[in-house]
Design a protein around this ligand. Structure first.
Ligand code: UD1
Ligand code: MG
Length: 454
């Protein structure tokens, strides 16, 4: 038979369910796991098969789901399922989006975030043996999962828990819901699915039995139960988060990252940390963080949407917000917040500063308490600081403003005009010393207190 690695693939993610058990105004698939909405976990997992077409089926909270999906990639199509009539009906809603598409379709669930790329690869490979390939697993407690009914070792049909006999309920081979089949075949089979069952729903799982009756072959690839974990409640979400974090901490250690207190470090779905990086206790990685080889993140830092180059040192107690780029050997110290700013090689912001919408040149030194005043209440403005500039402590840089290379600002300055290269800018009230005035003032204050009697 032919290899299926070259067959074009369409990815469908089912995400129309309400998720009643979440007890939430937010659609279930928009709850976050590892910093990323559940629906995006499924989309990103499916990306390994390089889909030519992606469709998310939305229903409950479709507008909000659509906004998150389109922000991930505007090319992803949204199919609306107006009424929750079952998983087969949900897939049928993709018919328009699949119009003229001749390849395979992979169906994933929006509430099932842990399917591994290797498993999806194995399913695609198995397509060379079967017309429909399903992902199954052996459940420790099969609960309410659909059961795989085999005959002579071959997959015959799936029976939903609600419709199963006692004997069928005793089967511990279960359906994960993930399946892959040729698009026209799948849509043709789905058009024949009825709703004469215990739930009164159109079950996608019925396509297996229909396919077998047509003489098509169906097969199952099996995975670990943990991979097919579906999220239905806040408790399950929390358990899934804990499972994700435990796995990522172990992976980081295997990748040669030192985690000083592994159980206090939290990763996002897409965190990348290079070998020999050191991460101190109580560090939280939001989405979109890359930390290169040998960088050090000290205790109590919060990072998101940023890039930390090799040899950089961050924290303790630093916050790096989206758009932060730290070049090699930079230093960001305690109580420093950086947003949408680039620090060139060797630049230092060591204490109590806010650097936003800025570019800090190579080896520049930003003194304690410096603030880029980037926001005028309406718009954001940029601050440019030249290479080897020295910004005195407690400088307010009122953007838009530029401080030249090798320029200095005096401590406490409010800089609202550009500073030329090499210049020293002083923008503070000149100091006046009044001889003996301190002592005389003290005497007067003490005398006044004595007169009051306390
Ligand atoms: C489904 C399978 C079951 C399997 C289980 C694994 C069917 C009929 N049953 O059951 O065999 O063991 O998943 O978790 O498929 N959805 C829609 N529109 C709908 C119905 C569902 O988009 O009309 C979406 C849901 O949002 C969810 C997914 O499809 O992401 C699965 O639906 P769910 O109701 O959880 O199916 P189960 O009853 O768990
Ligand atoms: Mg379910």
């Amino acid at each position: 038979m032919t290899s299926h690695s070259s067959t074009p693939l369409a990815l469908i993610v089912l995400a129309a369910g309400q998720g009643t058990r979440m007890n939430s105004d937010l659609p279930k698939v928009l709850h976050r796991l590892a910093g990323v909405e559940l629906v995006l976990h499924a989309l990103r997992a499916g990306a390994v098969l390089d889909p030519a077409l992606r469709v998310v089926v939305a229903g409950h909270g479709a507008e909000a789901v659509s906004a998150v999906v389109q922000a991930e990639d505007p090319d992803i199509a949204i199919a609306i399922q107006p009424e929750r009539r079952g998983t087969a009906d949900a897939v049928a809603r993709c018919a328009d989006a699949l119009e003229g598409f001749a390849g395979d379709v992979l169906v994933l669930y929006g509430d099932t975030p842990f399917v591994r790329p290797e498993t999806l690869e194995a399913m695609r490979a198995a397509r060379s043996q079967h017309d429909i390939v399903l992902l199954g697993f052996r459940a420790a407690d099969p609960g309410r999962y659909g059961r795989l009914v085999l005959r002579d070792g071959r997959l015959e049909r799936i029976v939903e828990f609600k419709d199963a006999t006692e004997a069928e309920r005793a089967i511990d081979l279960c359906n994960s819901g993930v399946l892959i089949a040729d698009a026209p075949t799948l849509l043709r089979l789905i058009s024949r699915v009825g709703c004469d069952n215990a739930a009164g729903e159109f079950y996608l799982t019925d396509v297996i039995g229909l396919a077998r009756r047509d003489g098509l072959s169906a097969g199952a690839v099996f995975c670990e139960e943990a991979e097919t974990l579906g999220i239905n409640s806040r408790a399950e979400l929390a358990a899934a988060e804990a499972a994700f974090q435990a796995r990522r901490r172990a992976e980081a250690a295997e990748d040669g990252v030192t985690l000083v207190g592994p159980e206090t470090v939290f990763f996002a779905q897409d965190t990348h940390i290079g070998r020999d990086a050191v991460v101190g206790p109580h560090v939280v990685f939001g989405p979109g963080v890359t930390v290169e080889t040998g960088a050090e993140i000290l205790a109590f830092c919060h990072l998101e949407g940023c890039h930390v180059s090799r040899g950089a040192r961050v924290g303790p107690f630093a916050r790096l917000r989206p758009g932060t780029e730290l070049a090699e050997d930079t230093r960001v110290g305690n109580f420093v917040e950086i947003k949408n700013a680039i620090l060139d090689e060797g630049a230092k912001v060591n204490h109590l500063s806010y650097i936003g919408d800025a570019h800090v040149g190579e080896a520049a030194n930003i003194g304690a308490g410096t603030v880029t005043c980037n926001y005028d209440g309406v718009s954001k403005h940029r601050t440019e600081i030249g290479a080897r500039a020295f910004i005195g402590s407690d400088t307010m840089l009122v953007a838009p403003v530029r401080v030249g290379a090798e320029a200095m600002t005096g401590s406490g300055s409010v800089i609202s005009q550009d500073v030329p290269d090499g210049a020293l800018a002083l923008a503070r009230a000149p100091q006046v010393n009044r001889a003996g005035l301190a002592r005389r003032l003290m005497e007067r204050l003490r005398a006044a207190r004595a007169k009051r009697g306390r």
